[in-house]
Write a new protein. Sequence first.
Length: 342
Amino acid sequence: MGYKVAVVGATGNVGREMMNVLTERRFPADEIFAIASRRSLGTEVSCGDQTLKCQDLEQFDFSKVDICLMSAGSAVSKEWSPKIGAKGAVVIDNSSYWRYDQDVPLIVPEVNADAISGFAKKNIIANPNCSTAQMVVALKPLHDAAKIKRVVVSTYQSVSGAGKDAMDELWAQTKAKYVPGQDVEPNKFPKQIAFNCIPHIDVFMEDGFTKEEWKMVAETKKIMDPKIKLTATCVRVPVFVGHSESVNIEFERPISADEAREILRDAPGVLVVDKREPGGYVTPVEAAGEYATYVSRIREDTTVENGLALWIVADNLLKGAALNAVQIAETLISRNLLKAAA
Ligand SMILES: NC(=O)c1ccc[n+]([C@@H]2O[C@H](COP(=O)([O-])OP(=O)(O)OC[C@H]3O[C@@H](n4cnc5c(N)ncnc54)[C@H](OP(=O)(O)O)[C@@H]3O)[C@@H](O)[C@H]2O)c1
């Protein structure tokens, strides 16, 4: 017998990928419900070879589902995740709202699957920020081998990380730049995103860092090790899908580039593509649609003691969101933490 799964945010970038991933991985679902706002009532979304009609979040009876994959933004998660959890469904939440709550596990299955056991306090499990998820998949095996002291990361984040309207904005601006006199005003982004890059994601904080940068620090500490020091610069780039990261790491113990390459070749969820020749590395265009987190450009950074530099690329809608959420649900099942509804 299978599970009843609700996907909240089913018309969105992440929700649509959740439907694909559930189908592709043959998730043992008896029934999948597509849920969105009242605006989308009756809208058809595809889920494998089925077409599902969207239902209204406010009217849906969550007592009939076992798992709820939640992907409709922080405000919706704040209000609805506890309500849905209280009805007995396990909520796997994609927003940032619950990630830092000590009663809510923040999980990347390849990295800290054991932390999942604490979920029953609120019946909510949080999915990390897309940039954190792909980074910790690559950092964890290196941390186990040589203990990371400090990380300096710069991200190159695609517009799909900001939702479907952001993708439309990049497309509209790109087309407009080819037709003189047809400029499109920035709306979702603070400045032109086509043919540009913007060093600003989420709101500014008092110390000058952005909330996106703060999330990478707080989430890495919660998922991997509170002792790791991390500083981030998060940048939006005119790429539709796929986040890239340039990462400099300082370890406690020496680790060579060859050793790191070997460790990463064996690491779950990681694919190493690292030929030191033109094209011998992965770019976001190649990572889009793929489940793996790719690591390229592995090299020793001799400007610090025990330093390494890497390039990490993954599909932000998959490992950064939908795939990780489905992997969490699979972990619940494989550890017998979920009972199917009678
Ligand atoms: N994109 C990423 O890479 C990524 C990665 C990690 C986490 N996340 C998080 O995942 C969430 C969704 O992101 P997204 O990129 O999929 O956004 P999106 O493309 O803008 O889609 C938003 C979805 O939420 C639904 N929604 C909005 N307000 C709602 C309401 N009041 N009631 C019910 N449904 C509502 C929308 O339904 P309608 O169509 O009916 O408006 C739509 O299905 C966000 O919390 C985001 O931070 C995204």
